[in-house]
Design a protein around this ligand. Structure first.
Ligand SMILES: *Cc1c(COP(=O)(O)O)cnc(C)c1O
Length: 362
């Protein structure tokens, strides 16, 4: 495995090499079944064990209370942009969104098809470089839910403090920071996440939903998008993304073995600090993000001289550091350092950045 690179992609993102190796070892003959997991019936005992264990391990990892269902769905986080309003916009038909970037905007744009959607706050005027402060009284009292994007994958910001929504259910798109550190699930009505950042392969979407929010979907809700359908069938109403669930299960078990999210969070803090500390100390690189709101997972940074961007990317790649190009709406670079990025990978990136800066400083 010496030819593996350090992959800083925002998603689909790196997976732990030893997890991929385990999947490779089990590829042709999964536990004596004589088949690959991909070939197993989703109604077979062997698959049932995979499905049940993945759910059990995720519950343990995130300490998900008993009154929450875990759903393993398809359609990506983007499909939840519709599923959330279809399932929850059922009383006043109003929902309040906090606009912290492109994903929040897309979520709100989709919800507008179903009701009265309002941005309670936005950080757009400063290109989403901060998280707006919102008070409880800023939300409409009769809103059916409040929606946030906990970690903003493109802009590199994170909610370090959740807004107080009182009794209004808080819905979170947690695609890019789920499992990055411990969180209190009981503060949320719904958490959803596409798997391809911090969980496993693309094709799986994890939804964690409080039971009292299930069963009141709007009449036009497609059967497949109704949380009740999926909860009643334990996510086996139709064929689930079995292989992606298997891979996610391997990742969950691996994180538990590592010591759980407490430990994972410590490592992620060290990784992020190593990168931010160097960026802040340097004149060659800078972070556009408000220091208090910086993401542990996605670290955008810009070079003082944008003319050097191309050379930076080419030389980084030659050093086995790939997918560092920033999103076009921010420019510069972005290092996504999800759980599967080892501390050595971040150390190698910082070393490379130092060398590159030294070489290009007259
Ligand atoms: C990647 C991402 C999405 C889109 O996920 P899909 O699974 O591709 O639909 C949505 N929200 C956030 C925060 C993301 O990082």
């Amino acid at each position: 495995m010496t030819d593996r690179v350090y992959n800083f992609s925002a998603g689909p993102a790196a997976l732990p090499a030893h997890v991929l190796q385990q999947a490779a070892d089990e590829m042709l003959n999964y536990k004596g079944t004589g088949m690959s997991v991909m070939e197993l019936s989703h109604r077979s005992p062997a698959y049932d064990e995979i499905h049940t264990n993945a759910e059990k391990n995720l519950r343990e990892l995130m300490q998900i209370p008993a009154n929450y269902k875990i759903l393993f769905l398809q359609g990506g986080a983007s499909q939840q942009f519709a599923a959330v309003p279809l399932n929850l916009l059922n009383k006043s038909g109003k929902a309040d969104y906090i606009n912290t970037g492109a994903w929040s905007k897309k979520a709100a744009a989709q919800a507008k098809a179903y009701g009265d959607i309002r941005f309670t706050a936005t950080s757009e005027e400063k290109n989403f470089t901060f998280i707006p402060v919102v008070e409880k009284q800023d939300f409409r009292e009769d809103a059916d839910y409040v929606h946030i994007t906990t970690n903003n994958t493109i802009f590199g910001t994170v909610f370090n403090q959740l807004p107080d929504t009182g009794d209004i259910p808080l819905v979170a798109d947690m695609s890019s920071n789920i499992l990055s550190e411990p969180i209190d699930v009981s503060k949320f009505g719904i958490i959803y996440a596409g798997a391809q950042k911090n969980i496993g392969p693309a094709g799986l979407t994890v939804v964690i939903v409080r039971e009292d929010l299930i069963g009141q979907a709007r009449p036009e809700t497609p059967i497949m998008l109704n949380y009740k359908t999926q909860a009643d069938a334990d996510s086996l109403y139709n064929t689930p993304p079995t292989y992606a669930i298997y891979m996610a299960g391997l990742v969950f078990a691996d994180l538990l073995k590592k010591g759980g999210l407490e430990k994972v969070g410590e490592i992620n803090r060290r990784k992020a600090a190593a990168l931010y500390d160097y960026i802040d100390a340097s004149d060659f690189y800078s972070s556009p993000v408000n220091p208090e709101d910086r993401s542990l997972m996605n670290v955008p940074f810009v070079l003082a001289d944008a003319e050097l961007d191309k050379a930076f990317l080419t030389e980084a790649e030659a050093n086995g550091l790939v997918n560092l190009k920033g999103h076009r709406s921010v420019g510069g670079m972005r290092a996504s350092i999800y759980n599967a990025m080892p501390e050595e990978g971040v150390a190698k990136l910082v070393d490379f950045m130092k060398e590159f800066a030294a070489k290009h400083t007259a």
